[in-house]
Design a protein around this ligand. Structure first.
Ligand code: ATP
Ligand code: MG
Length: 1016
């Protein structure tokens, strides 16, 4: 029985209306072959015109009536249920094109909504792969736009606000004081967006749905990877659909998301014969022959999309599903999707085809834009759009989108290369007329033919700079590469190459050496070449290619005019530091360093690069600590007035002289001077989202905290910095901060955790450069704590070899001699122990900083024993007191106590050991406390049991969290500051409340202020 189209239950549905209109326009009567009887699967047997069937199928699929996906849906539902019971989950749906990922996602969304979850969704798009954070922006824009001002303020607290500001999301904090270009804001954005997600999830369970992740931009993928490892703590599900990773924009990044151990990966299987039969029947009528169904299965390999296209084509071709007709299947099936879609287009009036092709170029667009690109007027375009909707090519509604990416792909692939390039070129110019379209314009320009057009170069360079600032160096590099291919005017080339090389270096792309070298070679003059050489050398040093860095710097210096003395000095300073860092520096390096250092000392108005390098050399070669400290102070003073640096790249000019000065001051023990500088630098890094500055600042501050015995603070800083350097950042910072964390963990007695921190660094630790000495030294400490003394000794001696080769003699940096001396002593080699301890003592006396002296004297005292040992240990305690080294002092006290105990001076010993125990306990230094306690017992005293309640029972981390809470910070704020999850903060506070017997935060401040002394 036939019915007119508008008589079916879709009365009033614009799509059905459009269909009938199409028929009128096409001037035809409905072809009886396009009518089918629907199987019950599609909602009852009713005759519908062909395209209405398609729409109905879509709706049915959307309503969850998917064939052969019940197991998959159950897995998704259980993941969602887990979120609602408080544990975040990740589901990855993976499969080839057209296998039914989007359809399953639709069902998942429905399930989430029905379960009371808030759903945020986004989708990667082929043409938007270079749209930095595009996918992430789609996720978070709507909830921010919908929120009231009050809610928005709540969602955008602290770092979330900074990230929103950097991405231009609604309500974001405007970032003040950001340098004009090139801030590496990746970390601020990732960290902030994590908190935005956490804040959203705090309001109720959340379901993030990302479709077509294979087209997601790398920046968004990096965010998803970042979120993934922290998701468990949030009431949020992340469901990602993707084609296999090798189809992706960035296969490696995509794989880190899809292969994460926490993800439940659903690999979609093709439909079976039974389902194919059902689909054939629903379109071609009852009782399809088995031979016919088999042919359909073979032709489509069971991919639902292809089955749909095939039965569509078969239906349009008037084929009935009989055994004899099976041979037609192959003929139809062999047609690519593109051909079959294009065939359908050709049946429509010409202007519909034009609009479709224009939209395939734009991928998504409003009617006006697309019409202009297609060369149609508004009325024609509107009508064409309706025809396309009716033909099942476009979705109904605005903005216009294709019904499936493969439909767009099909139309696009049928365009000739020239048509495509021209289309994109027109699209770019069209979009450029509108404000704030920079990235879309640039994205189209990527697909155009190079034509030496400076307008194109300008747009691309502009966009590169903007996305670079937003922490998307991969996208920045893509735009710059295309700009260079245009090509630019010769005068602009070097600057573009420099930016490209820097962007590539910051993500570890293999081409950076070549591009930075070309930037040096094509620089318009020697001064510009020197600036570029500084950048190249810095990147080479970061990659541990020190010899090559020195070569580059020396060559650039040789080309400079005599007048350019400031640049020459900066080059020389960089060369000296690079040479010192080299595992095998040339013998001339020592003299070169000394010469530089003398020049700095004698030259009034020397630039900061020179002074900082000189301070570095001075301290490490063990000149008196005041000399190095003075040079570093001069560097910082000079730096205040210096320009931002060659390209305004914070990671380049900042890390060199600022961190050299910082470390010189730290080694020289100018703590009071350095602390506010580090705090200021960290605050600036946080505000501007500069992850490299943040990692450097935290490395320094954490080290300072460790030295003053504040293990909780050291651990927090090291962890924050490590989280920041998960992202592309010079390995140096990861190594430094991991070294710091290992030392802290060893002092806390968390040896297994230390071993885990060490694991990814083992290889680097054996590397032989100055930086590699840091984890090697930390590993030595770990081995000693594990009672693997011989291995520990080997590590300390290896550190000694590295430092000696680099002419580093200062005992304040890494006191390997005293550690090795104690290890030798434990192994029974008194002679070696004595020699090493005395050597360090002599060096420490020359250096003169109190902590270094105290550390050396303690080791020498322990090795010497007897009267000399006693007096050395007493001096050590005083020196360490002066040096503000709380834990080191406690260790010296314990050693002195142990010595006196063995000399049978028990009363004296007890007092010392009790003080040592007290300090160690307060600092959370478990093993040292245990040592003091054992010694104390040996004196016959009965040490108090560890308190289970009261202020003194708090661990360092609990205390830190409690202090923040007492200052009125919320759990979320504390978590953001310490970069731990809100749940960890909750856990700490619960145990604080239990131990202190409190019921509310208001009582915290009073309790913490009470200066309770520990009865021992
Ligand atoms: N299990 C199923 N049963 C019946 N129809 C299905 C099933 N899965 C998908 N379809 C239909 O097949 C078509 C293609 O599916 P879908 O768009 O989900 O594929 P996809 O895997 O997302 O493809 P792509 O990789 O191109 O994004 C849709 O029209 C959908 O409704
Ligand atoms: Mg899809």
């Amino acid at each position: 029985m036939l019915r007119p189209a508008d008589a079916v239950s879709h009365r009033g549905d614009p799509r059905v209306f459009a269909h009938s209109r199409l028929q009128r326009l096409a001037g035809g009567v409905t072809d009886p072959r396009t009518r089918v009887t629907l199987s019950p699967l599609w909602g009852g047997s009713r005759a519908l015109p062909g395209s209405a069937v398609k729409l109905h199928m879509k709706e049915a699929a959307a309503a969850g009536q998917l064939l052969e996906r019940s197991e998959e849906l159950a897995r998704i539902e259980s993941a969602l249920a887990e979120v609602r019971s408080g544990r975040g989950t990740v589901v990855v749906i993976e499969g080839p094109a057209g296998i039914g990922k989007t359809a399953l996602l639709t069902a998942a969304r429905t399930a989430a909504v029905n379960g009371g979850m808030r759903v945020l969704r986004s989708r990667g798009a082929d043409l938007e792969r270079d749209f930095a954070f595009g996918v992430v922006r789609q996720l978070f824009e709507p909830p921010l736009a919908e929120a009231s001002e009050l809610e928005r303020a709540d969602l955008l607290q602290a770092s979330a606000g900074v990230a929103a500001g950097l991405l231009g999301l609604p309500g974001g904090t405007r970032v003040e004081g950001a340098p004009s270009s090139g801030v590496d804001s990746s970390f601020a954005i990732l960290h902030g967006l994590y908190w935005l997600c956490a804040n959203l999830a705090a309001d109720g369970p959340l379901c993030l749905v990302v479709d077509d992740a294979h087209w997601a931009d790398p920046a968004s993928l990096r965010y998803l990877a970042f979120l993934l490892t922290r998701l468990e703590e949030l009431d949020a599900a992340l469901i990602v659909a993707t084609r296999p990773p090798d189809a992706g924009t960035d296969a490696e990044l995509l794989a880190t998301v899809t292969t994460d151990a926490s993800a439940d990966v659903i690999r979609l299987r093709p439909l079976t014969r039974a389902a194919v039969a059902q689909l054939v029947e629903s379109r071609l009528g009852g009782g399809p022959d088995a031979v016919f169904v088999d042919a359909c299965l073979r032709a489509t390999r069971g991919a639902p999309f292809l089955i749909r296209m095939l039965v569509e084509a078969l239906s349009e071709g008037g084929i009935t599903p009989t055994a004899e007709a099976a041979r037609h299947v192959e003929r139809f099936g062999a047609r690519s999707v593109g051909r079959s879609v294009n065939l359908r287009l050709r049946r429509l009036p010409e202007h519909a085809g034009r609009l479709a092709r224009a939209l395939a170029v734009l991928e998504q667009g409003d009617l006006v834009q697309t019409a202009r690109l297609a060369g149609l007027d508004a009325a024609e375009a509107a009508e064409a759009a309706e025809l396309l909707v009716a033909a099942g090519i476009l979705e109904a509604g605005r903005p216009m989108t294709f019904i499936h990416p493969m439909v767009r792909g099909g139309i696009y692939s049928e365009l000739t290369a020239a048509e495509r390039a021209q289309g994109h070129s027109h699209a770019a110019r069209l979009l450029a007329e509108q404000p704030a379209m920079g990235e879309r314009v640039a994205k189209h320009l990527l697909a155009t033919e190079p034509a030496g057009d400076s307008w194109v170069v300008e747009r691309l360079a502009e966009t590169a700079c903007a996305v670079g600032k937003r922490g998307a160096p991969e996208a920045e590099a893509v735009f710059l590469r295309r700009a260079l291919a245009e090509p630019p005017l010769p005068a602009e080339r070097a600057a573009l190459l420099l930016d490209l090389g820097m962007a590539e270096a910051s993500v570890g792309h293999a081409d950076w050496p070549e591009h930075l070298q070309s930037a040096v070679d094509t620089a318009p003059n020697a001064a510009a070449a020197a600036e570029a050489a500084l950048v190249l050398a810095h990147a080479l040093s970061s990659a541990h290619r020190f010899g090559k860095a020195v070569e580059v710097l020396d060559r650039a210096a040789g080309a400079l005019d005599a007048g350019d003395s400031e640049l020459a000095l900066a080059l020389e300073a960089a060369a000296v530091v690079a040479e010192m860092s080299d595992p095998f520096p040339p013998p001339s390096a020592a003299l070169r360093g000394a010469t530089l250092r003398n020049r700095a000392a004698n030259q009034p108005g020397a630039p900061p690069e020179l002074l900082a390098a000189a301070a570095f050399v001075s301290v490490l070669t063990n000149e008196p600590a005041e000399v190095g400290a003075e040079l570093a102070s001069r560097a910082l003073a000079a730096g205040d007035n210096a320009p931002a640096g060659s390209a305004g790249r914070p990671w380049f000019p900042f890390s060199a002289w600022f961190s050299q000065s910082m470390f010189a001051l730290l080694w020289a023990e100018r703590y009071a001077q350095v602390r506010p500088l580090l705090d200021g630098s960290i605050a600036l890094a946080r505000a501007t989202g500069d992850s490299i500055r943040l990692a450097g600042g935290l490395a320094g501050r954490g080290w300072l905290a460790l030295r003053s015995g504040d293990l909780g603070a050291a651990e927090a800083d090291a962890r924050t910095a490590l989280a920041a350097t998960e992202l592309p950042a010079p390995a140096m910072y990861r190594v430094m901060n991991a070294g710091l964390l290992i030392k802290t963990q060893v002092l806390q007695g968390e040896l297994d955790a230390a071993e885990r921190t060490l694991a990814p660094l083992e290889c680097e630790a054996e590397g032989g450069s100055l930086i590699a000495a840091i984890p090697r030294f930390a590993r030595g400490r770990l081995r000693i704590a594990q009672r693997r003394v011989a291995e520990g000794l080997e590590d300390f001696l290896a550190v000694g070899v590295v430092l000696t080769r680099a002419f580093v003699t200062c005992p304040g940096a890494l006191p390997w001699r005293s550690e090795a001396a104690l290890a030798d002593l434990a192994l029974g080699d008194r002679e070696a122990a004595g020699r090493l301890a005395d050597e360090e003592l002599a060096l420490a006396r020359a250096f003169g900083a109190p902590r270094a002296l105290g550390v050396a004297k303690r080791a020498a005292g322990v090795v010497a024993g007897g009267d000399r040992g006693e007096s050395l240990l007493r001096e050590a305690v005083d020196d360490l007191e002066r040096g503000g080294a709380r834990l080191e002092r406690a260790r010296a006290l314990a050693d002195l106590g142990a010595l006196l105990r063995r000399l049978n001076r028990r009363t004296e010993a007890r007092a010392l050991l009790r003080e040592a125990l007290d300090t160690a306990h307060r600092s959370g230094a478990g093993p040292l406390a245990e040592y003091a306690r054992t010694e104390l017992r040996a004196t016959g005293a009965r040490p108090r049991r560890v308190l289970l309640t009261g202020l003194e029972s708090l661990t360092a981390s609990e205390r830190r969290v409690a202090e923040f809470a007492s200052e009125g910070l919320t759990n979320r704020e504390i978590a953001q500051t310490l970069f731990i999850t809100a749940r960890t903060v909750e856990g700490h506070l619960t145990s604080v409340f239990r131990k202190l017997r409190l019921d509310s935060r208001d009582q915290l401040a009073a309790q913490l202020a009470a200066n309770v002394t520990v009865p021992v």
